[in-house]
Design a protein around this ligand. Structure first.
Ligand SMILES: Cc1cc2nc3c(=O)[nH]c(=O)nc-3n(C[C@H](O)[C@H](O)[C@H](O)COP(=O)(O)OP(=O)(O)OC[C@H]3O[C@@H](n4cnc5c(N)ncnc54)[C@H](O)[C@@H]3O)c2cc1C
Length: 394
């Protein structure tokens, strides 16, 4: 309620997005490169994101989160990515971990982890990929074996974004035959660790991966040697045995809408930069925007950007309506991620030599955009998901 007027959920979302937009304009866009180029963690920006409540963006208000619907969350991710895509990465895998706990955890597990995750005091990450398995997630080798009331974990995990700062890891590991009817299956454990480089109790951050883009936040390799977790850290308790991969893939379906939203944000930034530069830069006696080749390029960019945004919002709308979203999320992720890469290159071309300089942000968009084509299922995997859904429709 404000001035005696009841505010609707839409008003609240718009107000939050408007504050976020002002912050991105004032604090993120002018300073992103100062952190991104030296690969430095943006501590103050992460604190401000916590202040906005973004670590609890999709966590239920029952546990102190904002409980945003998928459309609003997609708009938040788009806005952050327009400023600097890495900021979206700081919360995305944290919220995938929270989503798994919210959707499949026992009441006791929700109460144990979600309230401190909602404030950002406890940070989460998601660990499915391994050195020898990515797209083929079912081939993972990390193992968890029962020993009385505990499980002993051994294996190596790759590409763990936020792995160093996280205090909880949604870890996918294979349990041996004979545990229950889903034996031999992949199971999700909520591993607790001490945030920081050294790790704890048999967990080591074996290396920090130096990346082309998506810099400023850590993506690491993590090794588990005889790391012990209590049985009550098995997500969903006994029901979780062998259900981990299915649950993780369902959380990734929503993750794909968020990667699509990141693509829209980067594509918007690339388009905005290209438009402004084309109006200002002169060649052959007129602004380059007056040359038809550049004007048409801008027209194509704006059209693809709009299409990517509409696909992303439509997938989010379907998810909010409780509809099946594998097809819509796959299409949105495929199109928006490819669009981000195309528009980043277009923006670089329009900037000529300046596009190749670190003094202009387009080189960052060009380095960041390909991640969306890879993470949470490559474009080839999206085409598999889309074609399977189409073929199953009749
Ligand atoms: C910066 C970064 C951050 C990441 N963060 C995380 C994270 O936090 N947690 C996590 O678990 N993972 C994370 N990942 C891993 C990411 O999800 C994988 O890289 C991705 O799923 C692809 O797996 P891969 O790298 O093993 O490639 P591969 O699976 O080896 O694929 C190689 C190529 O083969 C193609 N291919 C594979 N199978 C098929 C097929 N059946 N048909 C056609 N083509 C195929 C792929 O499309 C790709 O072009 C991250 C990756 C990066 C780069």
């Amino acid at each position: 309620m404000r001035n005696g007027i009841v505010m609707t959920e839409i008003d609240v979302a718009d107000e939050m997005l408007s504050s976020l937009r002002n912050w991105v304009e004032a604090e993120v866009i002018p300073h992103a490169s100062e952190f991104e180029l030296p690969d430095e963690y943006p501590t103050a920006m992460a604190s401000q994101m916590a202040h906005f409540g973004l670590f609890g963006a999709t966590i239920s208000s029952e546990f102190g989160g904002l409980d945003l619907d998928n459309i609003t969350y997609a708009r938040v991710i788009e806005e952050l990515s327009r400023g600097w895509m890495s900021l979206a990465g700081i919360i995305n895998s944290h919220l995938i971990c929270a989503k798994l706990i919210s959707k499949f955890g026992s009441e006791e597990q929700k109460l144990r982890w979600l309230p401190s995750m909602a404030t950002g005091e406890l940070r989460g990450c998601f660990s499915l990929s391994e050195p020898d398995s990515g797209s083929d997630a079912a081939a993972l080798r990390c193992r968890a074996e029962r020993d009385g009331g505990e499980w002993v974990i051994n294996g190596t995990k790759m590409w763990v974004t936020n792995g160093e700062k996280a205090g909880v890891v949604a870890l996918l590991a294979r349990v041996p035959d004979g545990e229950n009817e889903n034996s031999g299956g992949i199971t999700c454990f909520i591993v607790e660790k001490v945030p920081g480089k050294e790790g704890s109790g048999g967990i080591t951050i074996s290396r920090k991966i130096d990346k082309l883009g998506y810099r400023g936040l850590e993506t690491v390799e993590m090794s588990y040697v005889d790391h012990r977790v209590r049985h009550d850290q098995l997500l969903g308790d006994d029901e979780g045995i062998g259900n981990g991969l299915r649950w993780a893939l369902s959380a990734l379906e929503l993750g794909r809408i968020n990667v699509a939203a990141r693509g829209v944000g980067v594509a918007q930034a690339a388009y905005d930069a290209a438009l402004a530069y084309a109006k200002e830069r002169e060649a052959f006696g007129r602004p380059i925007s007056q040359h038809q080749a550049i004007a048409f390029k801008l027209a194509e960019m704006a059209t693809k950007l709009e299409a990517a945004r509409l696909l992303t919002y439509e997938a989010a709308r379907k998810a909010d309506a409780g509809e099946r979203v594998d097809l819509a999320a796959g299409m949105a992720k495929l199109f928006a991620s490819e669009t981000a890469s195309e528009l980043a290159l277009d923006a670089m071309r329009i900037h000529g030599g300046n596009g190749f300089s670190t003094e202009y942000p387009v080189e960052r968009y060009y380095r960041d955009a390909p991640l969306m084509i890879i993470g949470e299922g490559t474009s080839e995997i999206q085409k598999l998901v889309i074609s399977r859904a189409l073929l199953a429709e009749d």
